[in-house]
Design a protein around this ligand. Sequence first.
Ligand code: HEM
Length: 152
Amino acid sequence: MTLRSATLFALALTALFITLPTTPVEAARQLETVDDDSPLLQEMDVIEGQLKLLRRNLKKPEENANSLKAIQEMQRAAVACKAMSFPMAEAAEGEAKAEILKGYKLEMIGMIETILSMERALLNDDNDKARELYKTIKGFEDSGHEKFTDEG
Ligand code: HEM
């Protein structure tokens, strides 16, 4: 073996040892990215979680302080969602895409307004009104998903 081919052989071996152990790590990293929920889905999950809490707590005036925290968090998540795009909009182009995004924003605004009304009701200790508005918010969930997701 010449010095030159020995050097090449050593280089090839080094390259092999550098790449081999990193391959599974890279693969895991890629899987993670594929499994990760989009920012929109993460915020939708936040809304879902807070709504579940409210379904139980709106019946209990002594829990109103906690309900108000849940409402605040839902508002934050819904306002974040309003600024985001989603698969159905991304699949469209030009005017059609603009129309879908506009419809989506208007639907989100409707839901955010309802969440604000729920906050006002609860600050006025009107739990019955807040429970009524809970149903309206569930209605936005149904119509939003019907119009803007494949499941609808
Ligand atoms: C109470 C209100 C809502 C709740 C609890 C909620 C919850 C969820 C959840 C859990 C998902 C994920 C479903 C999955 O993993 O496949 C989702 C997806 C989605 N939601 Fe909502 N949602 C609500 C309201 C809305 C509204 C008002 C809109 C539209 C204006 C909307 C638009 C969407 C879209 C576009 C997706 C699909 C995103 C994607 O495929 O990446 N949601 N929602």
